[in-house]
Design a binder for this molecule. Structure first.
Ligand code: CS2
Ligand code: MG
Length: 403
């Protein structure tokens, strides 16, 4: 019987930190999984190295579901971003192995393609709406049919999506979180003007998206969703912190602006109540943070019963391994919506050599057996980990706010 003979945790910083799990079988087949948790990489690396990798040795690599259940129920302590990113990495690596052994790309193991490609959206940001629209034109010129607009807000300095926190890790290093300042009233008054200009300048056919990044109260979120209705957004993302699933009721009751949520969720139980109440339209959970291909597939199948579609998280801090896994899943599921594609640095692409393609606004995971991604140890070792934290937000009165 084929067994797992090694499970290596590879931490590298090709422009930003990534945690990669490489599982090898007694037949010499390797599989890769992404376990990157931006700002808490070493916590996941330890969970994998100290508590998961030793238990994998000797297991049958083809028992993906059984291994998932073993790692989820076995530790007794359940859920959470560190645990679920670790389980996701193992699950993804085992799907990679199964695909390689079968000689098939993972999407074929998931039921085959449901579409010719995965619609992608790119990122456009600028200090002003004018700069943001110029950046959006450049994104569209690269073939995107959908673009997220994030702009600086008059009266505020660097904020999410604009300024220092958007730079690839190597351009901005801080061993303590950068502190940014936030004021929701300035933001609320301003954002409609960004989309008034965006829709006027970019036209009716382009899908426009926006990420509120968890910063508004439910009533403020309702206000913004109503104010943006004239600009017919593809979605408004993370309008309000969603530990309490009920918070979206007010937003949903107030507006027809589509809602996307879940990139910080790691379990179906985080999003289940919102789906059952039909409070959201897009599920942001990605393979890397949602428990792996096996778990996110189940979540998307559940979501399909409530007319919700996928909108998987695809920032530069989900590695090409996790991104490829989301693409294989996105190509296969029926209720695919859109795939975020922030892009990668050249060093990151050199390390992972991903086989996915982007053409005419659509992504495709490729036809290579497994995930179609590799890991170059020489490049990985040449880019050692360095601490790099996400920023912290403070309101004008100095109190901590959601970033
Ligand atoms: C953002 C992310 O892409 C998005 O939707 O929310 O860039 C997020 O800020 C990072 O993934 C956090 O590590
Ligand atoms: Mg987001």
């Amino acid at each position: 019987m084929t067994v797992i003979t090694s499970a290596e945790v590879l931490v590298s910083r090709p422009g930003r930190n990534f945690v990669t799990l490489r599982i090898t079988t007694s037949d010499g087949v390797t599989g890769l999984g992404d376990a990157t948790l931006n700002g808490r990489e070493l916590a996941v690396a330890s969970y994998l190295s100290d508590h998961v990798a030793p238990l994998l040795i000797g297991l049958d690599p083809h028992r993906i579901e059984d291994t998932w259940q073993y790692l989820y129920r076995g530790p007794y302590w359940r859920r959470g971003p560190v645990t679920m990113a670790s389980i996701a990495a193992v699950d993804t690596a085992l799907w990679d192995i199964k695909g390689k052994v079968a000689g098939l790309p993972v999407y074929q193991l998931l039921g085959g393609a449901s579409r010719t490609g995965c619609l992608a959206y790119g990122h456009a940001h600028g200090a002003t709406p004018q700069e943001t629209v110029e950046a959006a034109h450049a994104v569209l010129a690269r073939g995107f049919r959908a673009v997220r607009l994030q702009s600086g807000v008059p009266g505020l300095g660097d904020i999410y999506g604009v300024g220092a926190s958007t730079l690839p890790g190597d351009e901005v290093r801080w061993s303590r979180p950068l502190e940014e300042q936030w004021d929701s009233s300035k933001y609320l008054r301003f954002v409609p003007s960004l989309f008034e200009l965006g829709r006027a300048e970019l036209g009716e056919d382009v899908h426009l998206l926006h990420d509120v990044h968890h910063r508004l109260s439910p009533i403020e979120a309702a206000r913004l969703a109503v104010d943006l209705e004239p600009y017919r957004l593809f979605w408004l993302e993370d309008v309000t912190p969603a530990e309490d699933p009920a918070v979206l009721r007010r937003v949903r009751a107030a507006s027809t602006t589509p809602l996307a949520i879940g990139e910080v969720f790691n379990s179906v139980f985080d999003i289940k109540p919102m789906l059952e109440e039909r409070l959201i339209d897009y599920v942001r959970m990605a393979v890397t943070h949602g428990g792996g291909i096996s778990a996110v597939r189940k979540i998307l199948d559940f979501a399909s019963m409530f007319n919700a579609r996928s909108g998987m998280h695809g920032p530069e801090d989900i590695s090409p391994v996790g991104f490829a896994a989301s693409l294989h899943l996105g190509l296969a599921v029926h209720n695919f919506g859109i795939q975020e594609f922030a892009g990668y640095t050249d060093e990151t692409l050199a390390l992972f050599q991903p086989g996915f393609t982007f053409d005419d606004g659509y992504l495709h995971p490729g036809e290579a057996p497994g995930l179609g991604v590799s890991y170059d140890d020489t490049i990985g070792e040449a880019h050692p980990y360095e601490a790099n934290y996400l920023p912290v937000n403070r309101l004008l009165d100095g109190s901590v706010h959601d970033w």
